[in-house]
Design a protein around this ligand. Structure first.
Ligand SMILES: Nc1ncnc2c1ncn2[C@@H]1O[C@H](COP(=O)(O)OP(=O)(O)OP(=O)(O)O)[C@@H](O)[C@H]1O
Ligand SMILES: [Mg+2]
Length: 363
C-alpha cells in the first residue's frame, strides 16, 4: 500500500506539540531574518513569551557578540560549515552562551530561510570551571595560612628593631630616610600577609538579606575620580526591585572593588566600563546576576584559567590575591563567578547569586 500523506501531514496538530517538547531551542526566520517561529524551549531560554519575538527581525533584539555570527544578514550564514558552535548572544541586559547550529530548511520554496537550533550552556560551562577552581584551592589555602603566619611573627621583631635603631640616630642623619624606606617595604609585606591570611582563613560572614544595587552604587561612586583620571566612561544598568540576597556587606563590597579596580588597571589608556544587575532564571532556580564589562586589554587564552589562582598576577606590583579572595568570598555566599573575553575586546566578569525561594523584592 502506498502512503498518500507524508509523516508530517499525518502528524497534523501534533507538530507544534512535538516542537514544544524538544529539549533545545528552535528559531525559524524568513529571508529578512524576521522570526517566523520560536519553540517553547527557546522562549524559556530567553525568558520571554514567543509572541514578543514573532514577526520581528531577530537582529533587532538579539545581538551577537561572536565574530562572524549575525542575525542581520542571513547571507552570512553558511549551513555548510554547520557544526555546533558556541555563540555569545546579548538579549536585553543579559548575555547568553549558546551552543548553536544552523539547520537547513527541508523546503527551499517555503517561507523559512534559516533555522537556528540552540541550547543554553551559560550555566553549565560556568559550573564546571567553578568547581575546578574550588578544588584547586582548598590545599593552597592551608599552605598560605602557614606561610603568612611564619612571615608575620619575625616581621614584628624587625620593625621594632628598626624603629629602635632609627631613634638612636642623629636627627639630621640621611640614614633615617633609608630606614623609612625599609619601614615602607615592611608595610607592604604586612599588607600582603594580611591579605594572605584573609584568603586562607576568611573571617566569618554576617549574612543579612538586602539589595545588592546600593553596594554597586557605593563602589562606583567611590571610584569616580580614578575612573575620570583614567579617561574611562561608565555605564550603570541596575535592574530595579531585585530580590533581596543574604550577604555580608563588607565582603561583597570588597569583591566588587577588586573586580572594578582590575578593570581600571586593564584600561590605562581609557575606555568604557559597564556594570549591570539583573535577575535570571536557570531552570527552576532564580539568580541575581551582576556583570562587569570593560574594553581593556583582555586576558590571553593561555592565562585565563589561572587568574583565579592565588598569587597569579601579570602586574609588576600585584599580589595576585584579588580574584582568589573574591572567588572564595563568593563561594561562601553560594555564588559563582566566571570570566569571558568579549569579542570586541576587553572582558566580562559575571557573578551569580542564588535567590532563596520566597525572597521578595528588597524594595
Ligand atoms: N579586567 C581585567 N582585564 C584584564 N586582565 C585582568 C582583568 N582582571 C584581572 N585580570 C588579570 O588577572 C590577574 C589576577 O587578578 P587579581 O586581581 O587576582 O590580581 P592582581 O590584580 O594582579 O593583583 P592584586 O592582588 O593587587 O589584585 C591580573 O594580574 C590580570 O592579569
Ligand atoms: Mg587585582
Amino acid at each position: 500500500m502506498t502512503p498518500r500523506t507524508t509523516g508530517t501531514e499525518a502528524a497534523g496538530g501534533l507538530v507544534p506539540q512535538l516542537l514544544d517538547s524538544l529539549d533545545f531551542g528552535l528559531l525559524a526566520m524568513d529571508g529578512e531574518s524576521h522570526v517566523l517561529y520560536i519553540n517553547r524551549k527557546a522562549s524559556e531560554i530567553l525568558g520571554t513569551p514567543a509572541e514578543e519575538f514573532l514577526g520581528r527581525p531577530a537582529g533587532e533584539f538579539l545581538n551577537s557578540r561572536t565574530p562572524g555570527f549575525s542575525f542581520w544578514s542571513l547571507d552570512q550564514i553558511d549551513p555548510e560549515e554547520a557544526g555546533t558552535r558556541e555563540i555569545m548572544l546579548e538579549y536585553g541586559s543579559k548575555e547568553f552562551l549558546l551552543e548553536a547550529r544552523w539547520l537547513t530548511p527541508a523546503e527551499t520554496e517555503g517561507p523559512i530561510a534559516a533555522i537556528l537550533a540552540f541550547d543554553d550552556v551559560t550555566e553549565t560551562v560556568g559550573e564546571v570551571e567553578f568547581q575546578r577552581r574550588v578544588d584547586r584551592f582548598a590545599s593552597v589555602g592551608d599552605l598560605s595560612a602557614v606561610i603568612a603566619h611564619e612571615i608575620r611573627n619575625p616581621l614584628t621583631g624587625i620593625r621594632t628593631t628598626i624603629q629602635y635603631v632609627g631613634g638612636k640616630m642623629p636627627r639630621d642623619s640621611t640614614l633615617r630616610a633609608d630606614l623609612e624606606e625599609v619601614i615602607k617595604e615592611l608595610d607592604r609585606i604586612e599588607q600582603f600577609t594580611t591579605d594572605l591570611l584573609q584568603f586562607a582563613r576568611p573571617k566569618s560572614f554576617q549574612l543579612v538579606e538586602q539589595d545588592i544595587n546600593p553596594i554597586l552604587e557605593t563602589v562606583m561612586d567611590n571610584l569616580e575620580i580614578p575612573f575620570a583620571e583614567a579617561g574611562i566612561t561608565v555605564r550603570r544598568d541596575l535592574a530595579p526591585n531585585l530580590p533581596g540576597l543574604p550577604f555580608d556587606r563588607d565582603a561583597i563590597q570588597q569583591v566588587f572593588l577588586n573586580i572594578v579596580l582590575n578593570a581600571i588597571e586593564a584600561m590605562p589608556g581609557g575606555g568604557q566600563f559597564r556594570i549591570s544587575s539583573s535577575v535570571r532564571r536557570y531552570r527552576s532556580r532564580l539568580a541575581v546576576e551582576v556583570a562587569f564589562s570593560d574594553t581593556g586589554c583582555g586576558i590571553s587564552e593561555e592565562v585565563i584559567d589561572k587568574i583565579f589562582d592565588p598569587f597569579f598576577t601579570s602586574k609588576p606590583a600585584g599580589t595576585g590575591l584579588g580574584l582568589s579572595i573574591s572567588l572564595q568570598i563568593l563561594r561562601e555566599h553560594g555564588g559563582r563567578i566566571t570570566v569571558r573575553n568579549r569579542s570586541q575586546g576587553g572582558v566580562t566578569f559575571r557573578l551569580s547569586f542564588p535567590v532563596r525561594s520566597g525572597a521578595g523584592p528588597s524594595g
